[in-house]
Ligand binder design. Structure first.
Ligand code: G4P
Length: 528
């Protein structure tokens, strides 16, 4: 097997999807702990806090108790290389999260045992479904009382529309939590608060029939779990690798992230069965990761990660070939050759300079605004990856300056911040107003804060009479001109110069569509 093939096959690139508070951060920390990437639990939060201290605007993040930034963490585990792409947790940061999901090969869904399937999980699941992303599930907080596990699986199946295949099953819950039984190996792992850091640090019985087990947890608990398992085996599905890989079935694990419990069973199963990098669609053909020439696309931009350098980092997912420091690649959108020097890798310990990267890995490329979300890079053949959409914003505000002389800075700030993808920036064809669109209202606060902090611009955002936006296209230039003339009041250009219809009301949008049947109105824009 070539190095390239071996390196590709051992990559596991995924993200965690969950409703805020279900335990994503805690689980991330434990995964890193098992991966040996961090020495002590608590380091993720500690690291986050340290980074916050370096950047003032993140004070906002701290005040609100949310995570605005997202990062990438790489760690080795059992001969595999795991890339965990963090998704911002707050509901307001939807679009950013959605795009992270375009860069993964699978996802891990965390559900709070007491709360069950929550609203944000439903949304994220819809996004995963667009690409049939395989999903594993972790039911968290078993150390607390929650819903009956059988009812919970029913809920996942009916609300999320995906088959459940329990791989572990809890013995008791809350105060009565004794352990989990692995339904495939038959092993029973005891729940021991303060332990369970590793396999060596856990008490494991070969099966439920081990006489020592009854002595440890009592006959009553054993009888209860046996009854439950009989029901489960009748009502649920056995693990089916193909169904999982097709996104039709989710293997389910139970545990308590904060107690490390059940996490290693999940991670072991994950590295064994989760998919390695998959082929990706481009406008021309599918690109297989085993191809030896380099290609990749940018799914995220983060400005000013390091305020000392005012740098911008484009997060590029490698799709094929091998990245080598200093290599020259073609940027599809501009047709320019770019030298990828000083790329960053995201080892869990810190940002580091990367020498090589393989399909599934993410590298960070420093730039000064020359790279946009959705940009493809390739060697040799020109490739444009598809499926990295901009979503139509749902909220709109007009930017108003306290000091009108700062208009240039405002435009620059809005354009640069919108490159990160959390907000979108529109310039109406008529007049010189600047309109900002977002999927959640918190983003306006973040932008106002950052404009002040990073661009020294005091701006305010006022309500704008806009209900929704649609990108418009028309194959017939004459009809497009006609449409533009009639609707100039409601037309704007987005940051990429694409034409957008800003509808004052939904009814207005409907009428506009009916009156111009030759024009296509689209709720997403593919980055080209
Ligand atoms: P998130 O990233 O999904 O938003 O969730 P996070 O990990 O921050 O966890 C949310 C809260 O749930 C935290 O409590 C965390 O300690 C707790 N938690 C996580 N896993 C478990 C678990 O297995 N059992 C129990 N009982 N709690 C769990 P917090 O009070 O908000 O924060 P902290 O002060 O404990 O850090």
């Amino acid at each position: 097997m070539s190095d390239h093939l071996r390196e590709t096959r051992r990559r596991r690139t995924f993200a965690i999807i969950s409703h805020p508070d279900a335990g994503k951060t805690t689980l991330t920390e434990k995964l890193l702990l098992f991966g040996g990437a961090i020495q002590m639990a608590g380091s993720v939060k500690g690291r986050k806090a340290a980074r916050h201290a370096t950047s003032d605007w993140m004070a906002l993040e701290k005040e609100r108790g949310i995570s605005v930034t997202s990062s990438v963490m790489q760690f080795p585990y059992e001969g595999r290389i795991v890339n965990l792409l963090d998704t911002p947790g707050h509901a307001d940061f939807g679009e950013d999260t959605y795009r992270v999901l375009t860069a993964v090969d699978s996802a891990l869904m965390v559900i709070d045992v007491a709360k069950g399937v929550e609203e944000r999980t439903i949304k994220l699941m819809e996004v995963c479904r667009l690409r049939d992303t395989p999903i594993m599930s972790f039911i968290n907080k078993l150390d607390r009382e929650g819903k009956n596990p059988i009812d919970l699986l029913d809920e996942v199946e009916s609300v999320l529309g995906i088959q459940c295949a329990p791989v572990t099953w809890p013995i008791g819950m809350g105060q009565r939590l004794k352990g989990v039984v692995h339904l495939i190996t038959g092993e029973v792992h005891l729940f021991e608060p303060g332990r369970n850091f590793t396999r060596q640090d856990s008490t494991i019985f070969a099966s439920l029939d081990d006489p020592e087990l009854a002595k440890r947890i009592g006959e009553a608990a054993l009888a209860e779990v046996r009854d439950e398992l009989e029901l489960v085996q009748g009502a649920s599905h056995p693990f089916d690798l193909e169904a999982y890989l097709a996104g039709k079935q989710t293997p389910v694990f139970f545990g308590s992230a904060v107690n490390n419990f059940g996490v290693q069973l999940l991670l072991d199963f994950f590295v064994e069965h989760a998919p390695s990098p998959k082929p990706r669609a481009t406008t021309g053909r599918e690109v297989d990761p085993v191809e030896e020439t380099f290609s990749g696309f940018v799914f995220k931009i983060q400005a000013n990660m390091d305020p000392q350098h005012r740098d911008r980092v484009a997060f590029l997912r490698v799709c094929s070939g091998r990245f080598d420091a200093g290599m020259k690649v073609m940027q599809t959108r501009t047709g320019k050759e770019v030298k990828l020097a000083n790329a960053l890798t995201f080892m869990a310990s810190d940002r580091d300079i990367v020498e090589t990267a393989y399909p599934g890995d993410v590298i960070g490329i420093h730039n000064h605004g020359t790279i946009s979300i959705g940009d493809s890079f390739s060697q040799g053949e020109t490739l444009a990856f598809t499926g990295i959409p901009n979503f139509a914003p749902e909220l709109f505000r007009r930017a108003r300056l306290r000091d009108p002389l700062k208009l240039k800075q405002l435009q620059k700030g809005l354009a640069q911040l919108s490159e990160e993808g959390a907000t979108q920036f529109f310039r109406p064809l008529l007049g010189n107003e600047l309109i900002l669109g977002a999927v959640g209202s918190l983003q306006f606060d973040v932008v106002a804060y950052r404009l002040k902090d990073e661009y020294n611009v005091d701006a305010q955002f006022d309500q704008a009479q806009i209900a929704t936006a649609r990108w418009v296209h028309c194959d017939d230039p004459k009809k497009l001109d006609e449409f533009k003339e009639k609707n100039i009041m409601n037309l704007a250009l987005d940051a990429a110069g694409e034409l957008v219809y800003l509808a004052p009301t939904r009814v207005n949008l409907q009428l506009a569509q009916e009156r111009a049947p030759a024009v296509r109105f689209s709720a997403t824009r593919e980055h080209a």
